[in-house]
Design a protein around this ligand. Sequence first.
Ligand SMILES: Nc1ncnc2c1ncn2[C@@H]1O[C@H](COP(=O)(O)OP(=O)(O)O)[C@@H](O)[C@H]1O
Ligand SMILES: Cc1ncc(COP(=O)(O)O)c(N)n1
Length: 271
Amino acid sequence: MTVQVALTIAGSDSGGGAGIQADLKTFQELGVFGTSALTAVTAQNTHGVHGVYPIQTDGVITQIRAVLDDFDVKACKTGMLFSADIITEVAALLKEYPPIPLVIDPVMIAKGGQSLLQQQAIQALKEHLLPLATIVTPNIPEAEVLTGMKIQTDEDIQQAATAFIKMGAKAVVMKGGHRSDVLDAKDYYADAEGQSFTVTAPWIQTKDTHGTGCTFAAALTSFLAKGCSLPDAVAEAKQFIQAAIENGLKIGSGHGPTNHWAYGQLKKEMH
Ligand SMILES: Nc1ncnc2c1ncn2[C@@H]1O[C@H](COP(=O)(O)OP(=O)(O)O)[C@@H](O)[C@H]1O
Ligand SMILES: Cc1ncc(COP(=O)(O)O)c(N)n1
């Protein structure tokens, strides 16, 4: 059996629904061997972030080197990176190694409103990391910060996607989870080759959406690690997150996590 390896560079969520925990659960579910480099430890539950404890930059870099020097990593994902220093050093390190498909989830603010990225880090993200992205997966508020645009309509979304391609990302998925004016959960894909499409799924009325962005990006990373094309990986990751939200676990009394088993269970039922 050949197993592909993926690497996540992200923060720990003690509540288990987002961050490294969501990534590793998703990799495992999709049959990909998960490795990780921790950027920060967060004390978190379904009500919010109670503390953020960053890892020293050289600790982050040594973790990544340990993985990349030994494993044939087929795809890499970044999530919470926290500081300009971590971002700059991670970007420099990734450039030292042969290019690996890189999914950048530009995590900034937890659903509860707490910051997971320092203000000074935004410029570093734009300047050093986005140009390395095989695909970047902003939600609407993140896209507004990174492009400086106000994003409300489908046209705004398309223009913002173009702005990400201009910043050097090879492709972008604009996630639609924060729009209140639409009936569907619509995500817009565009790439530097001029291809674009929308993936749509019925909107699910639920408060259990903690970690949706992490889980979506981790599924995308898994499908890339397994050799899928970018458009196929986006379409399949959408099915993964839809199943995960639809079959919520009702864990915790705040904004609960999604169900990382659901996609696999649905696939089994279909066979
Ligand atoms: N209530 C919902 N119903 C269906 N899909 C959703 C819902 N909320 C988010 N999604 C989907 O989950 C994925 C993550 O989006 P989003 O929640 O915007 O990311 P983030 O967690 O980074 O804020 C996207 O595919 C989005 O369309
Ligand atoms: C450690 C960590 N990383 C990322 C998120 C964002 O979560 P979401 O996917 O819900 O935006 C989080 N809450 N905690």
